[in-house]
Ligand binder design. Structure first.
Ligand code: NAI
Length: 286
């Protein structure tokens, strides 16, 4: 049987989540995605109307099939956690079972188990503010959406993951080096995500023979990155300063993710793997 993957954080065809889905589909995996509730409608409509058909093309000419799209809001673990104003919000009211616990239950009911869990989501409401000007609420929201969301996903999906399975998340160098502009506690959130990668690798390894790794990716002009505001500058900076002077393609991150969740990487867990044209190794801008 082919492997089954659940990829949380796909809402268009531009981001790393989409590229990872494609690389896994090309390798023969069955693709399920979790899409942020407020973005669900437009994503499903675009998918249905063929808007993504060009970017669904796999190397063999066939189109990636997304077997099922699950609504998801990874800042809520179970229905009791959802505040009234969100419950009543019309962007949420049309969907159901979108907390992490319910999404895992739905996948279990539909398919029984998965082999691969991908976390490709982040959100920091105050990302454009320097850390020194970030509110407690903004900082905790960044951690909740970008770091704890992974802990929660693994907590709830681990019981339905087949032994030998693997998880991947996406991180950014701002966790370990100061990157002015990546604010709002997002740098802190990525540091937490990386630390948790090591601890969860131990715990999920012992508990379920599951591997946990994270990819530290270079800059990509995704929807989320454009919201930060300086992504074009970062892409240019990378182009000028990285050992490899080429555009970083989402596909390159997708291919690394496919390797890391495959048996080819069966002894790799708890690692941060850099997919950034080598930029992280430089100590001097040139
Ligand atoms: P993206 O916009 O394609 O992906 C972010 C996704 O997170 C979106 O689909 C959004 O709907 C979803 N999301 C936000 N809040 C959510 C929530 N509460 N529940 C469920 N889904 C939620 O953008 P991108 O850049 O591909 O981001 C994917 C991952 O890659 C993120 O972790 C990001 O921090 C990371 N990354 C991105 C880099 C870049 O330059 N674009 C560089 C390094 C890491």
């Amino acid at each position: 049987r082919g492997k089954r993957a659940f990829i949380a954080g796909v809402a268009d065809d531009n981001g790393y989540g989409w590229a990872i889905a494609k690389a896994l589909a090309a390798a023969g995996a069955e693709i399920l995605v979790g899409t942020w509730v407020p973005a669900l409608n437009i994503f499903e409509t675009s998918l249905r109307r063929g808007k993504f058909d060009e970017s669904r093309k796999l190397p063999d000419g066939s189109l990636m099939e997304i077997v099922k799209v699950y609504p998801l809001d990874a800042v809520y673990d179970s229905p009791e956690d959802v505040p009234e104003d969100v419950k009543g919000n019309k962007r949420y009211a049309g969907s159901s079972n979108w907390t992490v616990k319910e999404a895992a239950e739905s996948v279990k009911n539909d398919f029984g188990s998965i082999d691969i869990l991908v976390h490709s989501l982040a959100n920091g409401p105050e990302v454009t503010k320097p850390l020194l000007e970030t509110s407690r609420r903004g900082y905790l929201a960044a951690i909740s959406a970008s770091s704890y969301s992974f802990v929660s996903l693994l907590q709830h999906f681990l019981p339905i993951m087949n032994p030998g399975g693997a998880t991947i998340s996406l991180t950014y160098i701002a966790s370990e080096r100061a990157i002015p502009g990546y604010g709002g506690g997002m740098s802190s959130a990525k540091a937490a995500l990386e630390s948790d990668t090591r601890v969860l690798a131990f715990e999920a390894g012992r508990k379920g023979k599951i591997r946990v790794n994270t990819i530290s990716a270079g800059p990509l002009g995704s929807r989320a990155a454009k919201a930060i505001g300086f992504i074009e500058k970062m892409i240019e900076y990378s182009y000028v300063n990285a050992p490899l002077q080429k555009e970083l393609l989402a596909e390159e991150v997708g291919n690394t993710a496919a390797f890391l969740v495959s048996p080819l990487a069966s002894a790799i867990t708890g690692s941060i793997v850099y997919v950034d044209n080598g930029l992280n190794t430089m100590g001097l801008a040139v």
